[in-house]
Design a protein around this ligand. Structure first.
Ligand code: NAD
Length: 365
């Protein structure tokens, strides 16, 4: 099992219990799957393409950087001997461009469907929100929000298309937290790339933090219902990791704290992608550190020389993920109970009122 205890499994929820990251998974479980990655020409995206192609998956990836995308596809084909690695130009902020990426992925997929979608493309730029400029003008110019465009609208488009294409996947199975990943190699999976900025504020990057908080909100909401379409959703929230996204100035700001490693983000994303039992979970990935829980469950730092295994991947807010959904369940249960108490006649009246509202007779009872 990939999990600690069935006692912690939320009642009636189609979501797996908190992860036990000490239990190994096999990256070879991705073999034969078709995986679509946005922003695959650099950083995590390119590393996912490499890793999953190396384990026999078909990988179709989109990016605005055509030159680098073509190069990554050529390099990965050569390194892995896997010819099923394809780059498609895609601007995630452009709906039609993403539609084209998904259509191409279906065409290029050996089994005619998409098994996993990774909403990875993202940007971090200098934030213009908090720095006042010319205060002498009568009114400020309308701002542009490039980080919301890519990190939020782009991810919303990817999610919308994933929810359309993942269930139209011939021969795939509905997600199932009790499935055996070794014998159920093809299910339907949507993986988000959040950030520590999904979990905390970033003083110099409010727009980036807002976009990544939004991605977390999207994940938390979808994971409660996506099982209805047979789709499992998960999220990886990296801390500062050594990719081209990290500008020198930020590297200086966090000097001493340590940068995380791309390979640990790839490990977390591969666990989620490979292990069909994991649904609705989130991890944070940072620099490797020696921590163990004390008797109260609080994490304790042991110092670099301690005889404790260092870890870079931690499940975050594991219980919060469950109890949030428990509260949602309570709301649904309450509504159901009220409806039951009021009976079918009241239900029928409400439906008629709703229909009247729909044909422009709203307000008339
Ligand atoms: N590196 C970090 O420290 C870090 C930390 C937390 C979260 N993240 C997130 O991880 C994801 C990947 O980041 P990375 O570190 O690999 O960065 P990266 O800059 O190396 O890669 C991002 C890729 O996205 C592509 N991209 C940008 N705009 C695009 C668009 N409109 N359409 C299609 N592709 C586009 C870029 O061309 C690039 O290839 C992002 O969502 C980022 O926010 C990164």
């Amino acid at each position: 099992m990939a999990t600690t205890s069935d006692e912690r499994r939320p009642v009636d929820m189609h979501q797996s219990p908190p992860l036990d990251l000490s239990i190994p998974y096999d990256p070879a479980w991705v073999k034969g799957r078709t995986i679509l990655v946005t922003g695959g020409a650099s950083g995590f995206g390119a590393a996912f393409v490499r890793k999953w192609a190396g384990h026999g998956a078909t990988v179709i990836f989109g990016d605005i950087n055509t030159e680098q995308g073509d190069q990554v596809a050529r390099d990965v084909q050569k390194e892995t001997g896997n010819k099923n690695v394809h780059f498609v130009h895609c601007d995630v902020t452009d709906w039609q461009s993403q539609v084209n990426l998904f259509k191409e992925a279906v065409k290029l997929s050996p089994h005619g469907g998409i098994d996993t979608v990774v909403a990875n493309a993202g940007i971090a730029k200098t934030d213009t929100l908090q720095f006042p400029r010319d205060l002498s003008v009568a009114e400020p110019k309308q701002p542009k929000w490039p980080m919301l465009d890519v990190n939020l609208t782009g991810v919303m488009y990817t999610s919308h298309l994933a929810i359309f294409y993942l269930p139209r996947n011939p021969g795939s199975k509905d997600c199932n937290t009790d499935s055996d990943p070794a014998t159920t190699p093809r299910d339907r999976h949507l993986l988000f790339l959040g950030s520590v900025a999904s979990l905390m504020g970033l003083p110099l990057s409010p727009q980036y933090a807002a976009s990544k908080h939004a991605v977390l909100g999207l994940f938390r909401s979808l994971r409660a219902t996506s099982f209805a379409q047979g789709i499992r959703v998960n999220i990886v929230c990296p801390y500062y990791i050594d990719t081209p996204m990290m500008p020198t100035v930020l590297r200086v700001v966090i000097a001493g704290g340590g940068l995380g490693k791309v390979e640990d983000v790839v490990d977390a994303a591969t666990r989620f992608t490979a292990d069909s039992r994991v649904l609705g979970r989130g991890v944070v990935v940072g620099p490797k550190i020696k921590l163990t829980p004390d008797h109260n469950g609080e994490l304790k730092y042991h110092g670099e020389d301690a005889d404790v295994e260092a870890a870079a991947v931690w499940e975050v807010y594991a219980d919060d993920f469950q109890y949030t959904d428990a509260s949602v369940r309570a709301i649904v249960n309450t509504l159901n109970a009220v409806q039951k108490a009021r009976g079918w006649i009241a239900w029928g009246k409400d439906c008629l009122a709703a229909l009247a509202y729909g044909v422009g007779l709203g307000g008339k009872k």
